[in-house]
Ligand binder design. Structure first.
Ligand SMILES: NC(=O)c1ccc[n+]([C@@H]2O[C@H](COP(=O)([O-])OP(=O)(O)OC[C@H]3O[C@@H](n4cnc5c(N)ncnc54)[C@H](O)[C@@H]3O)[C@@H](O)[C@H]2O)c1
Length: 257
């Protein structure tokens, strides 16, 4: 695990009640950063996660808000920035599959317009709203953004075609914003593969599937947090990049051509 000196730095992590977001908030806090943890209003897990970090003596605050709702997201980011005293890092990590089980790409009926709109709102417009609200603070600090995309946004085969499409769009938005806001603000993304988290959508995980991953296991939230720390605290000449963190899942099958 890499370390960084994040004393006097601040970060806002969305979707931080659990999984990759919580591991990221924790890793940044361990490295001296003051962190605002966002998740949906009324999510008890956010309260518990913030308490767990406060109990360990870390400098963290709760920042409830729905990132997919424009007014909620703008108010949340503004308030978090005020409580943190500025913003160095924005981690746009909140996301949803919108379904408890995968929807095959050839199913054109289940993903109705409400489903599409929810995924677009949370997975694509959420990062847009938070970026918009945070940009003045990030420009002032010479900060960085990391968006949590997915390997589904590169090779497809996510929990639904809509999910894959929103993550592909997020990867493109990452490039757009890197071009637009450099050199003041760097904007990168990570593309997780299989994640060991309480993700709403349950995939069947067979031994054969795990064996097909070169690293022979699912990624732990800490594996992704470490990549996000690198892209925020180091990586001073990296922007517009999507770092694939998938244990080699998308490297291709290990067969001889
Ligand atoms: N789990 C996977 O298999 C996987 C794979 C690739 C990418 N990802 C991405 O990683 C990110 C984190 O997922 P995770 O695996 O840690 O799952 P997770 O369910 O533990 O974390 C996602 C968090 O986002 C929160 N959230 C959802 N909608 C929100 C909203 N509108 N506003 C604020 N918070 C909201 C949820 O409450 C949850 O706490 C997501 O963007 C997801 O798309 C996950």
């Amino acid at each position: 695990m890499i370390n960084a000196d994040l004393k006097n730095k601040t970060a806002l992590v969305t979707g931080a009640a659990s999984g990759i977001g919580f591991a990221t908030a924790q890793l940044f806090a361990v490295n001296g950063c003051k962190v605002a943890l966002n998740d949906l209003p009324g999510n008890d897990r956010l309260t518990q996660s913030v308490k767990a970090l406060l109990d360990q003596g870390f400098d963290v605050v709760a920042a409830p808000g729905d990132t997919g709702n424009e007014s909620s997201a703008l108010a949340m980011v503004t308030k978090a920035g005020q409580e943190l005293g500025g913003l160095n890092f924005l981690i746009n990590n909140a996301g949803t599959p919108g379904t408890k089980s995968p929807i095959p790409a050839n199913d054109l009926d289940t993903p109705n317009i409400d489903f599409w709109q929810r995924l677009l709102s949370v997975n694509l417009l959420g990062p847009w709203h938070c970026t918009k609200a945070a940009m003045p603070m990030l420009r002032a600090s010479g900060g960085a953004i990391v968006n949590t995309a997915s390997t589904a946004g590169i090779v497809g085969n996510g929990s639904s075609s809509a999910y894959s499409a929103t993550k592909a769009a997020l990867i493109n938005l990452t490039r757009e914003h890197a071009r637009a806001f450099g050199p003041d603000v760097r904007v990168n993304a990570i593309a997780p593969g299989v994640v060991e988290s309480d993700w709403e959508c349950r995939f069947e995980r067979t031994d054969e599937m795990m064996a097909s991953i070169p690293m022979k296991r699912a990624g732990l939230p800490q594996d992704y947090a470490e990549a996000i720390l690198f892209l925020c605290a180091g990586a001073s000449y990296i922007t517009g990049h999507t770092l694939v963190v998938d244990g080699g899942l998308t490297a291709g099958p290990s067969v001889e051509a």
